[in-house]
Write a protein that binds this ligand. Sequence first.
Ligand SMILES: *[C@@H]1O[C@H](CO)[C@@H](O)[C@H](O)[C@H]1NC(C)=O
Ligand SMILES: *[C@@H]1O[C@H](CO)[C@@H](O)[C@H](O)[C@H]1NC(C)=O
Ligand SMILES: *[C@@H]1O[C@H](CO)[C@@H](O)[C@H](O)[C@H]1NC(C)=O
Ligand SMILES: *[C@@H]1O[C@H](CO)[C@@H](O)[C@H](O)[C@H]1NC(C)=O
Ligand SMILES: *[C@@H]1O[C@H](CO)[C@@H](O)[C@H](O)[C@H]1NC(C)=O
Ligand SMILES: *[C@@H]1O[C@H](CO)[C@@H](O)[C@H](O)[C@H]1NC(C)=O
Length: 795
Amino acid sequence: MLSSIILYAFLLAFPSAAKGQWDASRFTWYTSPASDFASSVPIGNGRVAGTVWGGASELVSLNENSIWSGPWRNRVNPKALGALPSIRSLLSSGNLTAAGQSVLANMAGNPTSPQGYQPLGNLSLEFEHSSSGMSSYTRYLDTYEGTAFVTYNYAGVNYTREYIASYPAGVLAVRLSSSQAKKLNVKVSLSRSKWVLDQHSNSSSSIVGTNSIILKGNSGQSSGAITFSSEARVVNHDGTVSSDGKSISVTSATIVDLFFDAETSYRYSSQTAWEVELKRKLDAAVTSGYNEVRSAAISDNTALIGRMSLDLGSSGSAGNQPTDTPITNYKGSPNNDPQLATLMFNFGRYLLVSSSRDTGGSKSLAANLQGIWNKDFSPPWQSKYTININIEMNYWPAEVTNLQETHAALFDLLDVARMEMATNMYGCTNGGFVLHHNIDLWGDAAPTDYGTPYMMWPMGGAWLSLHLMEHYRFTGDKSFLQNRAWPVLQSAANFYYCYLFTHNGSWSTGPSLSPENSFVVPSNMETAGKSEAIDIAPTMDNSILYELLNAVIQTCNVLGITDSNLTNTKNYLSKIKPPQIGSKGQILEWRNEYAETSPGHRHMSPIFGLFPGSQMTPLKSSSLAAAAKALVDNRMSHGSGSTGWSRTWAINLYARLFEADTAWSNAISFLQKFPTNNLWNTDTGPGTAFQIDGNFGFVSAIAEMLLQSHQVVHLLPALPSAVPTGSVKGLVARGNFVVDITWSGMALTSATITSKIGGTLAICLQAGKAFSINGAIYSTPITATAGGVYTIRPV
Ligand SMILES: *[C@@H]1O[C@H](CO)[C@@H](O)[C@H](O)[C@H]1NC(C)=O
Ligand SMILES: *[C@@H]1O[C@H](CO)[C@@H](O)[C@H](O)[C@H]1NC(C)=O
Ligand SMILES: *[C@@H]1O[C@H](CO)[C@@H](O)[C@H](O)[C@H]1NC(C)=O
Ligand SMILES: *[C@@H]1O[C@H](CO)[C@@H](O)[C@H](O)[C@H]1NC(C)=O
Ligand SMILES: *[C@@H]1O[C@H](CO)[C@@H](O)[C@H](O)[C@H]1NC(C)=O
Ligand SMILES: *[C@@H]1O[C@H](CO)[C@@H](O)[C@H](O)[C@H]1NC(C)=O
């Protein structure tokens, strides 16, 4: 009786996995287990995460986002401050090679690298099944609900495994089942290949017991190590439990549930404290039970993910195939499968929700280079926070695709990162902060790595600060602006008021670089013909300063600040060098038109002002936009877009230039070259490093084609001719306007704009087509009321 009640509940809980027609925009699915990490399916609650491999013996690669390789270290080079004046004078006098050498000798951090992200360990489930005995196998990820599912037949019995990461409960939850009563046998264990402090299990023979497996580990240092405790609770319903001290086995069961959590020293001051929290979460999950944890997790996911929907056309039967097939077929015939782009968009938003949440307290952690999923102790680029493009790109979709809450984790990280580097390296004691091109979970802001094209770049903090301003621009949340954004923006700007020096009449950065590019030293400078990277005031620095100082001015205007914070900022802004245009009509990358060592460089740094900045956007300056186009065209014709994130940056840039078809053709190239079978972005294609930035850059790029909002709410600014018909719901424009658009035959059918907070609403349709708003011909901006809904139709 007990088991039939449970079975009934089970059948209610699961949607049919044997779907006649899969929603090709929503599910990634496979007919075999993952053969590698890049075909496992990811789940995460913004702090604890796993990827499901789905083999006969299950492997779930586990992560907790504060398990990194060790404690904070003071890596500041003590010679840096003393060397600054001489390096500047070398740069000013054109002795670039000597300046670069001095930067390496005096400014590199020691050690050169901050800490790196580490795996937690593995959850293993042994079913006594062999691969050859499994049939009718299906594994899927539902990007809407956030469930991962594995099902197959074995010896005439249907087995299922369902996984979900719960943000409200703070745990991972798993339900295992067999279609016939008492056919499920499973042995559960946790393991880790390094620095295990304690691993054991406790078993209990009660019907609903708290059988637990505990894994404790640390980052390996004798003092200050990051230490964690993790635990899996095995909830037995109708089986028999036993333990061998390391694992728990349940035999002759119909359903077995698991809950998993990990807590670390990063967020708690004592082991007692984090273990209390571990126990609290797991006790609560066990008490609620699987169905309740599951449904609350789904409600939470769908509340965020369901704010938006996108339809770029149906793929018909081409979409009804396991995801690895369209990934392959798309390389040859992309036009048969418009839904792959939609799936990639939905998957990207799902990844952001899964890897970046406000997880309580003030120490949420942002999505890193691999989001939150990493199986290696030496992951590519340490899977840390690279902030000369990659982590910023992670958050490009956050506001425009209506996932503004996910941004909070980045703001927390920025608070942690605002440490003493400005004083220690540059002697600035006015409360300013500086970050270079990488940080770790401690916000370690010292220069990273050892090389002139990347290490000495004092702009990472300023760029990240702009994310708080964008959050305000999208939400209109004045209390956020006052309490959260303003202190950060002020501190970011203060650094430059101390640090900048005057060169040829402009406030200039230096030593700095244009990430991660190099140039050939010209004949009138030292050492002519050599490749160098360190210089004064590269264009990107000036463009970031332009955005930062404008953000400060806008903040002062909104908050009614009229003191010297405002006048000082205006004075500085007037002496930041504007973008210069070179001999090919392109935005210049450096202070002189140096010969480029790699004209097809992957970074688009000089046109930061086009995207993500606003300085070079076409409605603001058609001449700068044209010069930005010349730069990106030149880069692309020489092979840029060579990494996944670089390609998605190009799509965003072309969309912002209203170059719709070029944007779309780059979106196609991206999908053809970079995603793995589980749709993760890679460095240069499957088999190379997983990097999540390109997943997020792809999402913002699609949004950018359909809606922009710099001077105006711009509907369908870059609609590709390959997508003549479609619809989007729930995009967000600056000013907190929620926008739904339906189009057909390359023209608007109708749109609704919902104003969340009221305010001036200026609208542009495509390249300036006429339209009506609530039945009246639109001619000038209107004053929207909070909650007002405005219907736009073509006329
Ligand atoms: C097993 O049963 C579940 C629940 O009814 C169903 O979704 C799934 O498709 C079945 N799997 C197989 C392999 O028959
Ligand atoms: C460049 O700087 C190096 C190191 O200080 C010095 O040896 C060299 O003479 C300088 N070159 C010029 C042209 O000043
Ligand atoms: C997880 O298991 C895999 C496969 O056995 C192994 O290669 C890997 O090292 C394990 N990971 C950790 C973090 O222990
Ligand atoms: C499991 O057993 C260990 C060792 O006896 C003990 O320290 C621990 O508290 C037990 N854990 C649970 C959850 O009962
Ligand atoms: C100094 O600035 C002026 C005006 O912006 C410019 O014409 C000149 O080329 C600059 N000189 C150097 C050495 O950069
Ligand atoms: C900027 O404003 C702060 C208060 O927010 C004030 O303490 C500070 O003196 C001002 N700084 C300048 C340069 O006016």
